[in-house]
Design a protein around this ligand. Structure first.
Ligand code: MG
Length: 162
């Protein structure tokens, strides 16, 4: 059986991952509206990954005999000032998720819950990748700016993500 506090925090994390999916899907729609299909597809793929994260926690809780309680998912923003602002928001959001995962790991350690600690290792590594890809994209945007040829080149590159 999972510790009550850990179960509550895992439930929160499911909500956060679902919100991330919602957030990036909204970003995908935003990029689509700007005529940037590569960015749109990349963000849609990112949204799907976030759904996968939520499912992973969902399954883990079931395996540990804990009850999943789904809460309301907050409405994400629909507009950003520019493509680079959206990418900055993406990076910032991933940094916040990393913080949440770190706190979860700290709690699992405090409670001596080794299974949850090991389970969270995958998320710790995943967040390193997520932050790295967000930072890389943010760097590219800094050089490309928000219009012109360079932005279209990035868009073409991002379209390759499945
Ligand atoms: Mg995630």
């Amino acid at each position: 059986m999972l510790d009550e506090e850990i179960a509550a925090q895992l439930n929160k994390q499911i909500n956060a991952e679902l919100y991330s999916a919602y957030f990036y899907l909204s970003m995908s729609a935003y990029f689509e509206s700007l005529g940037l299909p590569g960015f749109a597809q990349w963000m849609k793929a990112q949204a799907k990954e976030e759904l996968g994260h939520a499912m992973k926690i969902f399954d883990y809780m079931a395996d540990r005999g804990a009850r999943v309680i789904l809460e309301e998912i907050e409405k994400p923003p629909a507009e950003w000032e520019s493509p680079s602002h959206a990418i900055q928001a993406f990076l910032k959001h991933e940094q916040e998720v990393t913080e949440m995962i770190n706190k979860l790991l700290k709690l699992a350690r405090e409670k001596g819950d080794y299974a949850t600690e090991v389970f969270l290792h995958w998320f710790i590594e995943e967040q390193v990748e997520e932050e790295a890809s967000a930072a890389k994209l943010a760097d590219m945007m800094r050089y490309a700016g928000d219009r012109g040829h360079a932005l279209l080149m990035i868009d073409r590159q991002l379209a390759q993500r499945k």
